[in-house]
Design a protein around this ligand. Sequence first.
Ligand code: GLC
Length: 784
Amino acid sequence: MSYGHYDESTREYVVTDPETPRPWTNYLGEGVYGGIVTNTGGGYSFHEDPRNQRVTRYRYNAIPRDQPGRYVYFRDAESEEFWSPTYQPVKADLDDYECRHGPGYTTIEGSNDGISGAITYFVPPGETCEVWDLELTNDSDRERTIETYSYVEFSFPDAYMDQTNLDWTGQIMQADAAPNRITMVSSAMEIDYVHATSGHPVGFDTDREEFVGIYEGLESPEVVAKGTPRDSISTHGNVIGSFTHEITLEPGESERIVYLTAPEADDDVIEEYTDPAAVDEAFEALGDDWDDYLATMTVDTPDENLNAMLNVWNPIQCRSTLYWSRSASLYQAGLGRGMGTRDSGQDTLSIVHAVPDQVRETLEMLWGLQFEDGHTWHQVYPLSGEGDVGIANEEPEKPQWFSDDHLWLVLGTVQYVKETGDTDFLDREIDFEDTDPAPVREHIERALAFTDEHRGKDGLPRLGYSDWNDTLNADHGSGKAASMMTGALYCRALDEAAGLFEHLGKESTANEYRADRDAMAELIDDVAWDGDYYMRGYDDDGTPIGASESEFNQITLNAQTWSILGGIADQDRGEQALSAAHDRLNTEYGFALIDPPYDVEGTLDSIGGTTTYPPGAKENGGIFCHAHTWSIVAAAMLGDGERAHQYYRQLNPLEHEDIADQRLTEPYVYSQNVLGPTHPDFGEASNSWLTGTASWAYVAGTQYLIGVRPTFDGLVVDPTIPADWDAFEVTREFRGATYEITVENPDSVESGVAEIEVDGEEIDGDVVPVFEDGDTHDVRVVMG
Ligand code: GLC
């Protein structure tokens, strides 16, 4: 069964049934003030940092699910019946319901007994506040009087404290109310949270227990049920913001009320955004901003679901991951993790063409976490700029460094330079954690040197606390544990760095890196080739992992895909490796990460975290969507357009819209994982939105299937597509010009380019030049 559909004309995902199998969410804001909103109005808000500057509350693991949120109750003064136009929290049957998740906003509309309410939630561009824009309409044929009650529940700014030190936080937060404005304040701290409204409220409440009643729930708060606001002033306990309006509407008449919620009671902002005209203007500006962002690359191919993802929802998701890394979703409570070096390093890859300045700032912050020896902190708290070792601190006896973190920053930085041409960035001095600042160039050199200098068995890179797979914790200090995947990532990073240094005219460094790359590639090809495919590494005793001789985990996906991404396998071995993965790991919902999964009593200390999961879950043989994306890239690099497209479709959430009851998560964004074939709930997805899947699915789709890749000297157009795509179009902005690209495939090939014309002239080679002239250029590519 499906719960909605994508509306191409508005770019919205339209949810048509409020009882989705999980809350289906959207993100508000542009990385400063923002939050999450679900299809029934649930969710929470924060300012810059979901842990330390939480604004509104959310109850994880609560029953009923997905409360509280940004609510407005409706009550018919005559019948005394009340409901929520967003369905939650009252959950009264609605005659009509629709939630439209769009870029940066969500509109939920519900009607009941001739009264409809539509609320649009958004953050005005550049502002530190959120707006709820309510339109109330009388569709019945008689005059009606409707009371409305807004509801927002404030959090103590430290969201962890808000859950744990109720004795303290519950005494120091108090409310203040003035007409049209409720504030939560504290004499001990500078807190000035506000909920404000337009119009002429007839009452208000600020004390949660007064509003709801001790033994009631949000589905039936006493004030709403009785229809009498109490004008309560909270002196301690739980502070809420609630305004009551009383609206009388003739048949066909509408009225608007706007609400503002913000972490600061700034008079100008309150005045501005409680004025409907200013709200309209801000909403238009938000639309323009997203139009610009989404226009940086669009595609028109025969695959409509691919178009919808690449043009709209995948870039929307990529923006959220760049902003919030893995910190605040409905699965990541925003209480602990800061930004991950590995995660954010990869998040930059997808949207550097659209938001180059933000990507540069992210890279600057991440490089600032590097140590003199070349490794980096694993995570960073952006507000304080402090880094730490993240999950490694759970096991201080194991290495307190990761073998991959620093290498992703090399990929991200080279990609940034290819996209923007900004080689000056490489001269920018950036701090180290433990030594004097040095230019970005040197940060890159040290990152590569760290891997070179930390080797395990056979000369493969030593594993450290883990590699990309957080749960592969097999390095206990003997010096033998090793990672083939990090080796392959190192090869790719060396290759990229060699290209960069060559571009800078530093031939000798470039040659050195090429030689290092070739040596590591040969070594991997030699020691990690298992006969039919590549093994994954060694544990602390030097026993192979992911090899045919293993009892569990005889084959891993990443070793096969990365043998191709790292340029280690030649065409033959690459095809063999990917076929082995295809035969043993591929399912209708994507690739399982390993097979067979570990099935052990307790956990296997020699492997670590993976074995805490039951077979088929997460890294223990689940379909780890982020890892799956590399199969698309690998198939494309082998020139296999059919498989590349098949793998793309297996992951595309829109392809699973009709099995939402099994899939559970949103059909418009990627989830981190899907339970694998050995799990009883095979096919069920979880942890949507904040996942590296977003960035890599976009890279796989745009740079490998569609095949438009930035290089130092121009754009390469090198598609790998199914043979039956006879043509497609791409618009791509690149270094100050717009490229209107048409690709023709007259001979029904899967890859290969026979001819490229730019503005009507055939060019030599396959690099479309840089123009930087603000104009539009026509590019005609003929495959063959
Ligand atoms: C999670 C982590 C990511 C890691 C992956 C595989 O998605 O955020 O850093 O690479 O799991 O373990």
